[in-house]
Design a protein around this ligand. Structure first.
Ligand code: GLU
Length: 479
């Protein structure tokens, strides 16, 4: 058995398509089926090699793997439609010879005009010159005029086409209602998606087509083509789509929709995979954090994204935070280094151990990797300029008392080796202030904010000299 993912390389990998790829991957893994990647690049103007490369890169980043594809090869290639035109031509010849398709000489403008009338009157579409009824002489005449025809598939009248779908059940279409004889090869010689997808799925031995339900309306056409060419019809599973908050199809105006941008913002592939798999699907146990192996166990063709789901950006972020908190520290450190450097800090001199301790301390405050940019300054800046809240607090009298005391103690009573254990306790001993009144100003002086990581651990990581400077800075500023 075999599934496939067939992206059109006309832009970045959209989150909705990533979900389709993931569904195919999970099902293949679960059942030990094969997975093929096919690039549907017949739209010459919009397709690009750059887009193909970025889609492949994003799929790999997500951990989605395939057995056959343009990059890895295989026995059923080529895996780019643009390299298969010879194959399609043979099938077109066959359809023409068997009178199951015919050349259509009508111009797009003529067609547009009748289409409008036909829609108004609710009649089935027939092209204006009735090309399907032309005899060989009439065709020859048209050819001699130099008109390049499109090729139309002759839709058999009065047929009921039943699509068997794992997710939707059996869905029947009437052949009279699918828009009339449709174009399979454009007048410029480029074959169209609905036609060649059938040939490719058959020749690549795809047994199960798992894709978004936006393709459901294409399916009766594809079934008719398969029948006309005597090719096998795959099993279908059309999953529900991902929606934006207003319940329209998820698009850029709702938020980030490109996998690449999620990666750049600092989402972890494991979290994105987990979130995408949970869209329109829930584990029986109610668990939300499921690694790919667990997803593979629980997901099935019949329970795959049955209902449309609204993409919840906040929930994805929350989930990413959960993954960050539980990620292997050395891997997380590697992933966070570029963000720390991007924020302008040099970490070479720090040493790996200290960096890992630092990241371990701040990871709880990061929902996405790039959050580290906002928080790492607490440790690495020379002085930590108090933010609005901290500034307000430090202006109060009791704060001034704490700052003065801290200055006195750090200068005279503690040293580099013991300050992290003794500074706070000594301040505590020498003031009548307690609880929040004591700790909040201290936190504000040392970290520049009122919320943040554990103070004892922070002190050591910030280091004696910086703490001293920060206390001095606040002493001068607020005295
Ligand atoms: N190239 C099509 C798309 O990206 C594939 C549709 C299909 O899976 O059949 O929408």
């Amino acid at each position: 058995m075999r599934v496939r993912f067939a992206p059109s390389p006309t832009g970045y990998l959209h989150i909705g398509n990533a979900r389709t790829a993931l569904a195919n991957f999970l099902i293949a893994k679960k059942n030990n089926w094969k997975f093929t990647l096919r690039i549907e690049d017949t739209d010459m103007e919009r397709s690009s090699k750059g887009s193909e490369a970025s889609i492949i890169n994003d799929l790999q980043w997500l951990g989605i793997e395939w057995d056959e594809g343009p990059d890895v090869g295989g026995d059923r290639g080529p895996y780019r439609q643009s390299e298969r035109f010879e194959i399609y031509r043979e099938y077109t010849e066959k359809l023409l010879n068997e009178n199951k398709a015919y050349p259509c000489y009508c111009l797009p403008e003529e067609i547009d005009k009748v289409r409008k009338e036909i829609e108004k009157e609710n009649r089935p579409f027939v092209c204006p010159q009735k090309c399907g009824e032309m005899n060989p002489d009439q065709r020859k005449k048209k050819e001699s005029e130099g008109i390049k025809p499109a090729i139309r598939f002759r839709v058999p009248p009065n047929r009921v086409i039943t699509v068997k779908d794992y997710i939707k059940g059996n869905i029947s279409f009437r052949s009279d209602n699918i828009g009339g004889d449709f174009i399979i090869v454009r007048s410029d010689g480029i074959p169209v998606y609905n036609y060649i997808v059938v040939i490719d799925d058959a020749l690549m031995e795809v047994t199960h087509v798992i894709r978004g339900e936006d393709h459901l309306s294409n399916t009766p056409k594809q079934v008719l083509i398969a029948e006309a060419l005597n090719l096998p019809v795959p099993q279908y599973a059309h999953h529900a789509l991902v929606l934006g908050e207003d319940r329209s199809k998820l698009s850029k105006r709702h938020g980030i929709t490109s996998v690449e941008l999620y990666r750049k913002e600092g989402y972890l592939p494991e979290a994105l995979v987990n979130y995408l798999a949970m869209l329109g699907w829930a584990a029986e146990s109610g668990e939300e954090i499921l690694a790919i192996d667990q997803l593979v166990k629980q997901i099935d063709l019949t329970n795959l994204a049955k209902s449309a789901a609204v993409f919840d950006f906040h929930k994805l972020k929350w989930m990413n935070g959960v993954y960050i908190r539980n990620y292997p520290l050395d891997k997380l450190t590697d992933l966070m280094i570029p963000y720390i450097e991007e924020a302008g800090y040099t970490i070479d001199a720090m040493g790996r151990k200290k960096l890992e301790d630092l990241i371990d301390l701040v990871r709880g405050y990061c929902e996405i990797l790039s959050d580290v940019k906002k928080i790492i300054g607490i440790f690495l800046d020379e002085v930590s300029i108090p933010d609005g809240e901290a500034d307000d607090l430090l202006k109060e009298d009791h704060s001034k008392e704490i700052v003065a005391l801290a200055k006195e103690i750090i200068e005279n009573e503690v040293n580099e080796n013991n300050f992290h254990e003794t500074l706070i306790s000594k301040i505590k001993e020498q003031t009548s202030l307690k609880g929040k009144k004591l700790f909040m100003p201290l936190r504000a002086v040392i970290t520049g904010r009122l919320k943040g990581p554990d103070m004892h651990a922070a002190l050591q990581l910030i280091g004696f000299e910086k703490i001293k400077k920060r206390i001095q800075y606040c002493f001068d500023k607020y005295k």
